[in-house]
Design a protein around this ligand. Structure first.
Ligand code: ATP
Ligand code: MG
Ligand code: MG
Length: 553
């Protein structure tokens, strides 16, 4: 790890440190807008913002970018904090862009007084039309040269609630012919009458992103403002406002852009995720099929698996889409090392060991994790009546079927070698019971247990096992990139079979002590975790991932 080469952002940071910039201080921020739950894309930004601060002995603050009250809510503020902590990061301070409303207001007033901003009474549509095109200059607003006093008065009244939303805006007076469209007199304040989750109805004029973000960075003393590539074209404007704001010191925040994370078979836009939740297409923000941090948490992903995934994909200057199999690979790698192995039968059918004494119970030793023997072992009850997976039995099996079939020996994991003697079916031909005889000399650990048999099956004792519900998840969407299809609405691309609920499962008694979010490997089946929906009647499990790794380098 130590030798890992620097990513381009770390290289920037090191060169700034070497040049002695900003008093050799490193300060970053993570700036979510509290208008939704965090998703795995945010985890990429979080790992970078907090990671850079950690690596260079700096600080990272959490700043809520709460400049649009219409979509924002404290519910989101709380969930964002919880998710960052869960990922394992610590902010130095919590700030809110709304705390800077007074300073931003003063700055805007100053710009008006200096002839660098004006109130425009045209509609947003007209203003957009007048912007021109990248090859053609825009048209000046008829309000561009209105007297300073008039703009000051209107700006004050915009904020007092004298005017309707959309009736006027404050624009920076920069250059309607600039080759950078963002310089063509950008809107910096608009009227919003919706109450704000922190400032209530104190403000009716709200700053736009471009007028709040860089200034907030400057007020706080951010040295490196890391954001995604779509903000690259905003950078000159970011610098422009900071240059106007800046005192004569040499400190300035520096914006550096990196690529967004996109994942296959999902969507990452908060607007779309909100729509899935609102329309009941999923069971909430933390539905285990969602690409949200809380969705992955509920699904059984660990913080370290997410961080390791982010570390593997790295930071670049070009956008792409990452195979979700890499994320699944990361969680498998982590859980393989940490998750205790237990037995669960998802589709149970009864197996009766006809020569095993009735009423007898043996406690068999089960190793918790063959990858890590320090995790010890636990006991699993063996008795005459067991459950095995329905698909592990075939009455007329082909030659290569190494599981349970009449006349063939198989090993019951951690217990005995048994030989199937037949089965009982109901009228419709469904298997009701399977019969087998055990060989008492083949108990796990005894010399005879080394006898060569081709199949090993998992099982649970009928009497000693517990009822469970198991939820199996598949891709949420049927196509790799649901956002790419321009013909179809993304909702049409939802996978109708993304959730399968099995209500009749059995798990070994050891799991009665399991707590919500605990991770396990169900022998032969995959990694599962306890869902918080569990109750005293039955434990509910989510399949985190199957055992089969589909990631190929
Ligand atoms: P959306 O477009 O889905 O609403 P956003 O970018 O507006 O997302 P913010 O809450 O503003 O969401 O994001 C906070 C930080 O997280 C920003 O710095 C943003 O650049 C970063 N971020 C958001 N999405 C991703 C992503 N997919 N990959 C990497 N970083 C991201
Ligand atoms: Mg957004
Ligand atoms: Mg944003």
């Amino acid at each position: 790890e130590g030798k890992k080469s620097l990513n381009f952002i770390e290289a920037f940071v090191e060169s700034d440190l070497a040049a002695g910039k900003n008093g050799k201080r490193i300060q970053t921020r993570f700036p979510p807008e509290p208008n939704g739950y965090l998703h795995i894309g945010h985890a990429k930004a979080i790992c970078l913002d907090f990671g850079i601060a950690e690596r260079y002995n700096g600080i990272c603050n959490l700043r809520f970018d709460d400049t649009n009250p219409v979509k924002e809510d404290v519910e989101y503020v709380d969930s964002i904090m919880e998710d960052i902590k869960w990922l394992g990061f610590h902010w130095e301070n919590v700030y809110y862009a709304s705390d800077y409303f007074p300073q931003l207001w003063d700055f805007a007033v100053r710009l008006i007084k200096e002839g660098k901003a004006y109130v425009d009474e045209q509609s947003a549509e007209i203003i957009a039309q007048q912007k021109g095109t990248p090859t053609q200059p825009g048209t000046n607003s008829p309000f561009r040269d209105r007297p300073v006093e008039e703009s000051l008065d209107l700006f004050n009244r915009m904020n007092q609630g004298d005017f309707e939303e959309g009736s006027m805006v404050l624009r920076a007076k920069i250059d309607m012919a600039s080759s950078n469209m963002h310089f063509r007199d950008p809107i910096i304040y608009r009227i919003i009458k919706h109450p704000h989750h922190r400032t209530g109805t104190a403000w009716k004029a709200y700053p736009m992103y471009d007028f709040a973000h860089g200034e907030s960075d400057y007020f706080e003393g951010v040295t490196h403002s890391l954001c995604t590539l779509e903000f690259e074209v905003h950078r000159p404007l970011y610098d422009y406002f900071i240059d106007l704001l800046k005192k004569d010191d040499d400190y300035r925040p520096r914006q550096i852009e990196f690529n967004r994370l996109n994942l296959t078979y999902t969507v990452m836009s908060k607007r779309k995720l909100l729509q899935l939740v609102k329309e009941g297409r999923v069971n909430g923000w933390d539905d285990p099929r969602m690409p949200t941090i809380c969705g992955f948490r509920r699904r059984g992903f660990t913080p370290s698996s997410i961080r390791s995934f982010i570390n593997k994909i790295g930071y670049t200057k070009y956008d792409g889409i990452i195979d979700v199999a890499l994320l699944e690979h990361a969680v498998r790698e982590d859980l393989n090392a940490t998750a205790p192995r237990v037995s669960a039968v998802l589709d149970p059918v009864k197996l009766i060991i006809t020569n095993y004494p009735e009423g007898k119970v043996e406690m068999m030793e089960a190793i918790n994790n063959p990858e890590d023997l320090t995790q010890g072992s636990h006991e699993i009850a063996f008795s005459r009546e067991l459950f095995i997976e329905r698909e592990d039995f075939m009455e007329d099996a082909p030659k290569k079927f190494f599981r349970m079939t009449p006349g063939q020996e198989v090993r019951l994991k951690n217990a005995y070698i048994v030989k199937c003697t037949g089965c009982k079916k109901n009228e419709s031909g469904e298997i009701e019971e399977i019969y087998a005889e055990y060989d008492e000399l083949t108990k796990s650990g005894m010399p005879e247990s080394n006898r060569k048999v081709k199949g090993t099956l998992h099982w649970v004792s009928a009497e000693h096992s517990l009822p469970a519900e198991v939820r199996l998840y598949d891709r949420l969407f049927t196509v790799e990139n649901p956002s790419e299809d321009k013909e179809k609405d993304f909702l049409e691309l939802l996978n109708p079979d993304s959730l399968k609920v099995l209500t009749n499962c059995r798990v070994e008694a050891e799991l009665q002590h399991a707590k919500p979010y605990d991770n396990f490997q169900f022998q032969r089946l995959g990694y599962f975790n306890v869902d918080p929906d569990s109750n005293s009647e039955k434990i509910v499990f989510n399949r985190t991932v199957s055992l089969k790794d589909t990631w190929s380098k």
